[in-house]
Design a protein around this ligand. Structure first.
Ligand code: AMP
Ligand code: MG
Length: 395
């Protein structure tokens, strides 16, 4: 672990190996969070017909201003009974189909109707009319390939008549915590033991990245146990282990992984926390050996595993999404490693500031629980002053 890779180099090596998985058809109601594998094209013009943007009266602009007989009433979902002839008006609801012959709508608020006669003010052709195909045209792309489907995208697909989305399969991810000292929460700790924190945390991160997490039973620092568990994990698209990747005699993940045919791509990244991160591949399986300290696991997941899961789903931009903010307090820099500092963000008058929390050691997961962002502090000398613009990741 003498030559540490930069974060960017390490990420590049990960993404180069994270090719999109096969795609399947997913009913829209199950497609939230999935990534489109192909562009989705509208099955209809949207709107599918000229329609009214207001509750009001359909008429011909050329007949305004004027007094016009109201010859029909058009509800949404029911087309006009006949064409609108010159000199006529028809009452129309928002979303109602504009009758043939009409070219404008006068809102109810701007007209008055008495005894079947409408007193209409001057109207412009096209006013308060939603033209057919004005949002998107039949056959045009509604949502592009590589887009992760959120609420707006699902609404757009449904409006365009699309009932199923073609989406990459969700990556199947095995999560394995290693360490003889680990006990499940809920049990009693024997001397020297600690509670196992990474499994539940990593499973939550996997789910939020669109993956399907399977937690394997944690293993002790024992060759045979590592062998069995890692072998199982290698049947998945991604194997994420925690612990056991440092230089100690009980750090077995790399050695056993390599015995099982995992080719090491890198070991050691110039990042704090997370330096001993190990990454390898076997066949199409990506293998991440995260350091065991919970904050190291948390951070390494955000920097490397989340991007890999998004890339496996074909996301157009899988890289971490940094945003700018001002530092609310000075931060000392690490000379050799870029640091992801746990911090709390505040937005005031549209300006975001991030305040690094106290307790930045990599075992301090309880302190990290107070953070909503990771602030990126580039390696270097001295400190970053209050007000310095840094980038941050939301967690
Ligand atoms: P390791 O990377 O195995 O050397 O572990 C580094 C530190 O993280 C040690 O103090 C471990 O006890 C702790 N640790 C490892 N795995 C976990 C886990 N799953 N949950 C909580 N702490 C862990
Ligand atoms: Mg360990």
């Amino acid at each position: 672990m003498t030559d540490l890779l930069s974060i960017d180099e390490a990420l590049e090596r990960v993404l180069a190996r994270a090719r999109p998985l096969a795609a399947e058809d997913v009913p829209l109601e199950h497609a939230h969070g999935r990534v489109l594998a192909e562009p989705a094209r509208a099955l209809v013009d949207l709107p599918p017909f000229d329609s009214s943007a207001m509750d009001g009266y359909a008429l011909r602009a050329a007949d305004t201003p004027g007094s016009l007989p109201v010859v029909a009433r058009i509800a949404a979902g029911r087309p006009a009974p006949r064409r609108l002839e010159p000199g006529e008006a028809m009452a129309i609801a928002t979303g109602g189909a504009l009758p043939q012959g009409a070219d404008a709508v006068v809102p109810i608020e701007e007209a008055s109707e008495a005894d079947g006669l409408l007193d209409a003010p001057q109207a412009r052709a096209g006013s308060h009319v939603r033209p057919c195909g004005g949002d998107v045209r039949h056959g045009d792309v509604v949502v592009d390939a590589g887009t992760r489907l959120g609420a707006a995208q699902l609404g757009a697909l449904a409006a365009a008549g699309i009932a199923t989305a073609r989406a990459a399969l969700p990556p199947r991810v095995a999560i394995l915590a290693t360490g003889t000292e680990l006990r499940p929460p809920g049990e009693r700790l024997a001397p020297g033991e600690i509670y196992e924190a990474n499994g539940v945390m990593l499973a939550a991160q996997v789910a939020s990245a669109g993956g399907l997490a399977d937690r394997l039973a944690p293993v002790a620092d024992d060759n045979a146990a590592h062998r069995d568990a890692l072998a199982r994990g290698l049947d998945y698209d991604v194997l994420v282990s925690s612990g056991g990747v440092s230089v100690g005699p009980h750090d077995l993940v790399r050695r056993v992984g390599s015995d099982l045919g995992v080719a090491e791509i890198f070991w050691g990244v110039a990042v704090k926390p997370g330096k001993p991160l190990w990454f390898g591949v076997r066949g199409r399986t990506l293998v991440f050996g995260l350091p065991g300290n919970p904050v190291s696991s948390l951070v390494c997941f955000e920097l490397f595993v989340r991007p890999a899961l998004l890339a496996l789903q074909g996301a157009a931009d899988a890289s971490p999404r940094y945003e700018p903010a001002e530092l609310a307090r000075a931060v000392r820099r690490n000379a050799a490693r870029d640091e992801l500092v746990r911090a709390r963000s505040t937005v005031r008058d549209g300006r975001t500031t991030v305040e690094p929390l106290s307790g930045q050691e990599s075992h301090m997961i309880a302190r990290a629980a107070g953070a909503d962002v990771l602030a990126f502090v580039p390696r270097g000398d001295g400190e970053l002053a209050v007000g310095t613009v840094v980038r941050f990741l939301r967690i």
